[in-house]
Design a protein around this ligand. Structure first.
Ligand SMILES: [Zn+2]
Length: 491
């Protein structure tokens, strides 16, 4: 069930619109008098309203303002170390330490995990420019259905998000059409061209939360150094898609056994590792943080492990497909197994899982990359890179990291989707501390289910996981105290 669209008064029937406007006006006036006047006057202001109008309005207020109790769930909030079965209170869209007033809705969460709203810091919503693949509205609905209350959009839109007006346009569009919190990153270089720095300072003022040329990689190390130093002035995270263009060339799949057998151009591990190494050196040189996106190789984990051991401010991110699938899958020539960086060998998967288990890789994300079916149904080397991710990523990580490999605890997994990205990006999100925004994800970690791509809320269908069985998923997504998605009985 999706209750996603922002409830705007103009979307309601005229009669209800008038009633709501009246109700809001009355409510506002009673608040004003409550603040300004003595209790006796407040009382008289209330009694001045006809009781028949007052009570339904109170009910409406509760429903819309996000006041509720989530009862008997297992609250896991890694930011505060909380892990207990308890009630979680939400008052006016914020986490509260006091119980909501009588009559506020109660949601039973018995047997469920109550987590801070999950954050996916790596998505492509394709708007502006490629709305046949995805829009901010459809992308946010898919995110809500995956349990995500916040996402960070990559700037490789069309045109690229490389100036403050582009940033403002996306944030404005998100306010109008998204049912979750949509943040955006700005480009490092103009037009993602790698030659000239984008106006980073004015994009910060417009509201970006990071810079990246994702989909591309700045090859000029001196330019990258200047961008990193510039970002440091704003305490802004630099995210990097690590790919050395010279070494990778026209590679489309992992360089190894299968690229040789199938005669497809190879994308060697070293093409990623060179840039991971570059970023480690620049993070050290500039004394600021750099985040390596969608790591795919065992060597990248080794580099990150030793750098983090020395205290370098370098972080790494893991996407679900890089541990769910090996490059053997490309023998089908199905372009839904084509990603950048590519699917690699089992030894890489083992190293990535070890990297998560030991805390070398600290962030999980999807790299949700929708493409239309006609774009993917071409020769393998001609097809675009990337797959859907938002609706399956939590399930894949729960299935592999928690249930199958027992590599991490549920608390650790939730931290990698909440407090860790929030800390990296300096977002005031990712916790259930009283006073925080009531962004909450209810998770059933043991629920077995089968993903069906035809039910996806994304505008695209490019996924290799259709018909796959998983264990664990989100069952309800709450943003600012309001349910924006809930699993239907069919799920
Ligand atoms: Zn990328």
């Amino acid at each position: 069930m999706i209750q996603c669209a922002v409830l705007h008064i103009t979307m309601l029937p005229p009669a209800l619109r008038i009633a709501l406007k009246l109700g809001r006006r009355r409510h506002r006036s009673s608040i004003t008098s409550a603040a300004a006047d003595a209790p006796s006057l407040r009382q008289s202001a209330r009694t001045a309203l006809p009781a028949a109008h007052f009570e339904p309005q109170r009910h409406y207020r509760h429903m819309q303002d996000g006041t509720l109790t989530i009862q008997d769930g297992k609250i896991i909030d890694p930011a505060t170390g909380r892990n207990e079965v308890a009630n979680l209170y939400v008052v006016d869209g914020k986490i509260s330490s006091v119980q909501p007033p009588e009559g506020a809705p109660v949601i039973s969460a018995e047997g469920l995990v109550v987590a801070p709203g999950l954050i996916d810091m790596h998505v492509h919503f394709r708007e502006p420019g490629q709305t046949h693949k995805e829009t901010i509205a459809t992308g946010s609905q898919a995110a809500a259905a995956g349990g995500f209350t916040s996402v960070v959009c990559m700037p490789n839109t069309s045109p690229p998000t490389d100036d403050p007006s582009g940033v403002a346009w996306i944030l404005d569009r998100a306010r109008q059409t998204a049912c979750i919190n949509v943040f955006t990153a700005g480009a490092i270089t103009r037009n993602l061209g790698g030659n000239e720095m984008a106006p980073i300072g004015s994009m910060v003022q417009a509201g970006i939360v990071a810079i990246t040329d994702d989909g591309h990689c700045v090859q000029n190390h001196e330019l990258m150094r200047r961008a990193v130093e510039y970002a440091r002035m704003f305490d802004l995270a630099v995210l990097d898609h690590c790919q050395d263009y010279y070494l990778v060339g026209n590679g489309v799949v992992h360089e190894g056994h299968w690229s040789t057998i199938l005669g497809l151009p190879g994308w060697p591990r070293a093409g990623e590792e060179l840039m991971v190494m570059r970023n480690i050196l620049l993070a050290e040189l500039c004394g600021t943080r750099i985040h390596c996106q969608h790591l795919s190789s065992a060597g990248s984990v080794r580099l990150l492990r030793s750098a983090r051991g020395r205290g370098v401010a370098i972080t790494g991110e893991l996407c679900p497909h890089h541990i769910a699938l090996t490059d053997k899958t490309i023998s089908s020539f199905d372009a839904n197994y084509k990603m950048n960086p590519p699917l690699r060998a089992q030894e890489d998967i083992d190293a990535l899982i070890e990297g998560v288990a030991e805390g070398t890789i600290t962030i999980l994300a999807s790299d949700h990359a929708p493409h239309a079916t006609f774009e993917k149904e071409v020769e393998f080397d001609q097809a675009p890179f990337g797959i859907l991710g938002l609706e399956t990523e939590l399930a894949i990580f729960l299935t592999i990291l928690l249930h199958r490999e027992k590599a991490i605890s549920l608390d650790q997994l939730i931290a990698m989707y909440t407090v860790n990205p929030a800390h990296l990006l300096r977002l005031r999100k990712g916790t259930l501390r009283p006073g925080a925004d009531a962004d909450i994800t209810l998770i059933d970690p043991n629920r077995e289910w089968v993903y069906e791509k035809e039910k996806s809320l994304s505008r695209s269908r490019n996924t290799p996981f259709d018909g796959k069985q998983f264990k664990g998923r989100a069952v309800r997504t709450i943003v600012a105290g309001k349910t924006v998605w809930e699993l239907g009985t069919e799920g």
